[in-house]
Ligand binder design. Structure first.
Ligand code: SF4
Ligand code: SF4
Length: 406
């Protein structure tokens, strides 16, 4: 019997870890570094913008990760071997906060403005001459803080048919972002995607929490009909908010529970507000690390959904980026100090890469079941061995390690 691919096994076991780079995030050096560090930390999937440049950056990072895995990947009982994460691209069926950029004309900014927009931006995407488009991922936090209301959203659009033909043959999975009420638009998007399904390993549908969401997802399930590949429902609790505070995870948990209880067949994966608190909450509720699943089966098409015993896993976006912000800032500082040269690839600075992988493992490991409390009173040896090789990062990861491994 052929064993299922490791990312699919992780989904079935409730240990799937997806890194969300961002559906409109295009800062290539940062994306490359994030992909490399989280791949070596054990991620199962990397979700990116449907942009050929972004895909090329991630593929380059994963080629490096394959080469460095013998040195950097730390085996565990749950994940005894390194595996290359699947690459997923995100598409949308209409207006969606994940697919937008902020913009404003800096010529209209008063000289004495204290620049609250710049202070609040989690992506360092606001400069003196306006928004740096590649860095903006559309979180929307800058919109309300401008006293003159100069900042407006601009839709970030892709052509589904063009993207499908060009990019889907090169990736493992696709995620379709939709919202309650987008049924007709989703149907049109689906017509572009359906012919490419047989070349993919996984389909994900992402929908934010809203009244009527469960019934809407059932409609999509019936529209899509029998699928040749597994299906994930991404419970997008509070989109792009995981770095704001620990409590943001509760919206995703509540929504995910709702989908587990009454949603259509498929794996349920949390997103939108997920952070270091998420795995802790899952563990407390005894939801995460138990075997069993409800993968899509064509036989289920006309039946009520069977009870799904647990979540398939968790996706991390803004919080995963924030964890590695000190690493990304150090790479930028190196570039600035070298008189305008490009940022060096992360692997060219091994101490920084060790530190980044260590921090990334702080987010991946609790989901994979590697909590220190398994060995009461001490950190697990593999993490300790990496930590001993890692330099101290300026600023450090958000929250103490004890908090993230609690
Ligand atoms: S705060 Fe969010 S929306 Fe505004 S520029 Fe930064 S990333 Fe873009
Ligand atoms: S807060 Fe508004 S006025 Fe001030 S710098 Fe930002 S965009 Fe300009």
């Amino acid at each position: 019997m052929i064993a299922p691919p490791p990312p699919l096994t992780a989904l079935k076991e409730g240990r799937w870890f997806k890194l969300i780079c961002g559906a409109s995030y295009q800062h290539l050096p940062a994306i490359r570094s994030l992909a490399l560090a989280y791949a070596l930390a054990g991620a199962d999937c990397i979700d990116i913008a449907a942009d050929p440049s972004v895909l090329a950056a991630v593929q380059a990072a994963l080629t490096v990760a394959d080469r460095l895995a013998p040195e950097f990947f730390i085996p565990s009982p749950q994940q005894p071997r390194y595996h290359r994460p699947w690459v997923m691209v995100s598409l949308n069926d209409g207006e969606d906060p994940h697919f937008r950029k902020a913009e404003f004309d800096p010529a209209h900014c008063p000289a004495d403005c204290p620049r609250p927009c710049e202070a609040i931006c989690p992506a360092e995407a606001i400069a003196l001459d306006g928004v740096i488009g590649s860095r903006c991922y559309g979180c929307g936090r800058c919109f309300p803080v401008c006293p003159l209301q100069l900042i407006t959203p601009r839709a970030f659009s892709t052509s589904p048919a063009g993207v499908a033909a060009q990019l889907l043959p090169q990736v493992d999975a696709v995620e379709l972002h939709t919202q309650v009420g987008h049924g007709d638009a989703f149907a049109r998007l689906w017509q572009s995607i359906r012919p490419h399904l047989h070349g993919l390993k996984l389909l994900a549908i992402s929908c934010p929490s809203a009244p009527g969401a469960v019934a809407y997802l059932w409609d999509l399930y019936r529209l899509m009909g029998p699928l040749p590949i597994p299906l994930i429902w991404q419970a997008d609790g509070r989109p792009m908010s995981g770095d704001i505070g620990a409590g943001t995870t509760h919206a995703a948990l509540r929504y995910g529970q709702e989908l587990l209880a009454a949603g259509p067949p498929g794996f349920v994966q949390l997103a939108g507000g997920t952070n270091h608190h998420t795995a802790l909450k899952l563990r407390q509720a005894d939801w995460a690390i138990s075997l069993g699943s409800s993968p899509y089966s064509p036989r289920d098409r006309d039946r009520p959904a069977p009870p799904t015993p647990h979540f398939g896993g968790v996706a991390y976006g803004s919080y995963a980026r924030r964890c590695l912000a000190p690493t990304l800032a150090q790479l930028t500082a190196i570039a600035l100090a070298s008189e305008g040269k490009a940022e060096p690839p992360l692997e060219q600075i091994p101490d920084l890469l060790y530190a980044a992988v260590h921090v990334a493992r702080g987010l991946v490991s609790p989901l994979k079941g590697l909590e220190p409390r398994i060995k009461a009173g001490s950190a697990p040896a593999p993490l300790q061995s990496v930590a001993s090789r890692a330099p101290t990062l300026t600023g450090g990861p958000p929250g103490p390690l004890s908090d993230r491994f609690e």
